[in-house]
Design a protein around this ligand. Structure first.
Ligand code: HEC
Length: 224
């Protein structure tokens, strides 16, 4: 929005600036005060240019007819109620591909540099398993046999980590878990978990299908 406004006022300024040059060329000097005449015309134009720098003024004074028509058509179309909003359907292949690649690109851009600082020790994996069972399993499943109807019922659905491997790297997973994914059920865990706890869960997810027995027991709630 701000960049579109910025472009808008840049364009208006350019238009204004070229008009200013034309006006300067066309201004007919009055016989008795040639310089004063040109100065006052330029002054008026300059004041206009300054006013145009205010985005709100630009919006209200000179709406771009093409942009205005698109906005009007878009709003009218949405108001017809034809856009689907229910969550109990699968996202279309087009939507999955387009939004999926935009999401992956954004996560890759924002994820921290470096690697996972947490070693895959039994202690860290057990701690990750405990957190995962309490916080994540309801949406993302526990074992290959467990059902995640709850997680599958969101739009987009939550992936079942025992059944499908994630394509994200450790640092990308860390970023997703910490910040969440906008407009989905994936919340920002940074408000609830420390960075170390998030890394422990990431380490668990990385090893999810080859966990030591002690960690599998913790995951299923059977403590030693
Ligand atoms: C309320 C349901 C819910 C909970 C609880 C939840 N998630 Fe998610 N999560 C989702 C959904 C839905 C997605 C898919 C979002 C998308 O595809 O854009 C997701 C996506 C992810 C992804 C990206 C995976 C991929 O390959 O696409 C990771 C990693 C993840 N969640 C980890 C976690 C962890 C770790 C926890 C617990 C700390 C957790 N989630 C808790 C709903 C949830």
């Amino acid at each position: 929005m701000s960049s579109c406004l910025a472009q808008g006022h840049y364009r208006v300024d350019l238009r204004r600036a070229s008009g200013w040059r034309v006006a300067a060329r066309q201004a007919k000097p009055a016989e008795n005060d040639p310089a004063g005449n040109i100065r006052s015309r330029l002054g008026r134009l300059h004041r206009g240019a300054i006013l145009d720098r205010c985005p709100l003024k630009w919006l209200s004074s000179s709406p771009d007819p093409v942009q205005f028509s698109y906005a009007f058509l878009g709003t009218s179309f949405a108001k017809l109620g034809v856009l689907p909003v229910q969550a109990d359907v699968s996202p279309s292949p087009l939507e999955t591909t387009l939004l999926g690649s935009a999401l992956h690109a954004s996560v890759a851009r924002h994820a921290p540099n470096g690697g996972n600082p947490m070693s895959a020790s039994e202690e860290n994996l057990v701690a990750g398993a405990k957190l995962y069972r309490q916080m994540c399993s309801r949406c993302h499943g526990l074992s290959r046999e467990s059902d995640n109807t709850y997680g599958r019922s969101f739009y987009p659905p939550a992936p079942h980590f025992a059944l499908s491997r994630t394509s994200y790297t450790d640092t990308e997973m860390f970023w997703i878990i910490k910040h969440g994914i906008r407009n989905t059920a994936m919340l920002a865990w940074g408000n609830l978990l420390s960075d170390d706890e998030i890394w422990q869960v990431v380490t668990l997810l990385r090893e999810f299908n080859s966990l030591p027995d002690s960690v599998t027991l913790e995951l299923r709630g059977h403590h030693k």
